[in-house]
Write a protein that binds this ligand. Structure first.
Ligand SMILES: C[S@@+](CC[C@H](N)C(=O)[O-])C[C@H]1O[C@@H](n2cnc3c(N)ncnc32)[C@H](O)[C@@H]1O
Length: 175
């Protein structure tokens, strides 16, 4: 399932409704760990891999990692392909992907980050926080029945080229 929210409370409710005890979770945009703490309590027998590139995050997240043993923090830019591929090589199965780059943040970048990370990690559930993407979904109609029941896009996840991905270049061999 893919859930999209804008309101922070709904984003957190989606976490409460979706994350299970044994889940391994990737949280993109953890900032100082407000939602990371919620995730960490929900998946006590799994790991939260939390990513953020803000200088504010490092000290707060490192302290949180001492208090909560299942939190692992990465100070990294998630648009960087090396960050994703290094992580994907080493991590266990990821069950849930959470993406919050800022609710009003550019929807194109948020979608691209979701699309690339979910296509590689293939989570059961993805939770995304972004206003523009909700606007797009609620303002669109289609007569074609293309949809996915997992946390990634079945129609295109396997078209990702495993090498030479660059931000803002074409990511699909079908285009
Ligand atoms: C609204 S905050 C996230 C709040 C957090 N989810 C919470 O509930 O407390 C968005 C975060 O996304 C991070 N971010 C934005 N672009 C990023 C990028 N390219 N790579 C990593 N983190 C990024 C920002 O540094 C910021 O901390």
């Amino acid at each position: 399932m893919i859930h999209i929210s804008y309101d922070r409370k709904r984003y957190q409710e989606d976490m409460i409704n979706s994350i299970q005890l044994l889940d391994n979770v990737v949280e993109i945009g953890c900032h100082i760990g407000t939602s990371t703490k919620i995730i960490s309590r929900l998946n006590q027998d799994g790991i939260v891999y939390a990513f953020d590139n803000s200088p504010e995050s490092t000290e707060a997240m490192n302290n949180l990692g001492i208090e909560y043993s299942n939190i692992k923090f990465f100070n990294a830019d998630v648009r960087n392909e090396e960050v994703l591929y290094d992580f994907a090589r080493k991590c266990e199965k990821i069950d849930v992907l959470c993406v919050d780059l800022g609710g009003g943040y550019h929807p194109d970048t948020v979608f691209k980050v979701f699309f690339i990370w979910s296509s590689i990690l293939k989570p059961r559930v993805s939770l995304i926080r972004n206003r523009g993407l909700i606007d797009f979904i609620n303002s669109s109609t289609s007569n074609e029945n293309i949809s996915s029941d997992k946390g990634y896009l079945n129609s295109s996840a396997n078209n990702i080229l495993p090498k030479n991905l660059k931000e803002l270049k074409l990511w699909s061999d079908k285009l």
